[in-house]
Ligand binder design. Sequence first.
Ligand SMILES: NC(=O)c1ccc[n+]([C@@H]2O[C@H](COP(=O)([O-])OP(=O)(O)OC[C@H]3O[C@@H](n4cnc5c(N)ncnc54)[C@H](O)[C@@H]3O)[C@@H](O)[C@H]2O)c1
Length: 278
Amino acid sequence: MQRLAGQVAIVTGGAQGIGGATARRLAEEGASVLIVDVDQAAAEENVRTIRQSGGAAEWVVADVSKHEDIRKMVDEAVRRFGKLTILVNNAYNAGLGSNKGSAVDVSEESWDYGMAMLTKAIYLGVKYAVPWIQQAGGGSIVNISSVHGLLMAPDSLVYEAGKSAVIGMTREMAIDFGPLGIRVNAICPGHIVTERIRQRMWDDNPSGLRFFEQQYPVRRCGKPVDIANAIVFLCSEEASFITGHALVVDGGLSIQLQENIGVHLARYIQEHPDTKLP
Ligand SMILES: NC(=O)c1ccc[n+]([C@@H]2O[C@H](COP(=O)([O-])OP(=O)(O)OC[C@H]3O[C@@H](n4cnc5c(N)ncnc54)[C@H](O)[C@@H]3O)[C@@H](O)[C@H]2O)c1
């Protein structure tokens, strides 16, 4: 039986990567999905894939760093499918990852853009979606944070601050909208090998990926569908008593004592001296 039959979902950044897999899994479970993305070609392609598998999907080009575009995406979901019950706040601009630096280094402009993408987009998406989800009788919101929202990497102020804030926003929203029948949860993924990450980091360095995988107790990195499956669960009736939770989906990466993993990685390098470090 499909777990999300009759639901209507928005997935921001739903053309590819984690959002792409999420759009496909939500549709497989019976939801009608509006893919919101800046990449029209990839969004169209994902809609085609979903329809070929018998699912219902549409796309709209919208930039979640812009207030008017967020209002438009919510209006479009309701106009095309008649209601809204699920919002997945996932969109990610690859530039954010290279927006490195400490508080001393980061420019005010980088800070403002990072916060617009990582936090304000979620605030505004929720602002416009909640009245419609309430009108539909309730539903679910999932905000994508990261293990970087829990554990900090050096020289990454914008991303770490933004992803930490997503967890706090999720808890606050869960309290505010629980009485309306709307559950709000976050997901903290570990390293997920998306199409883009595979091309950018690993296609030219398979030994680096194998080394990276050694950091994970399950000895692999994540796949987009690992996160998509967790999102389906959080949106389903099976999770009806779960709200305000930040679900870590990281193959055990963040539960380890750092000194032990350090020793394991040093041994791995000794045994595999040809490893090209990432
Ligand atoms: N991949 C990972 O290892 C990883 C780990 C932890 C958390 N995350 C989080 O997961 C989410 C998805 O990341 P991903 O790796 O799948 O990214 P991705 O780059 O593979 O896909 C992101 C999608 O968002 C779209 N997008 C970019 N800017 C946009 C904008 N302004 N408005 C609308 N859409 C826009 C892109 O076109 C793309 O389709 C992000 O919130 C990211 O921070 C990813």
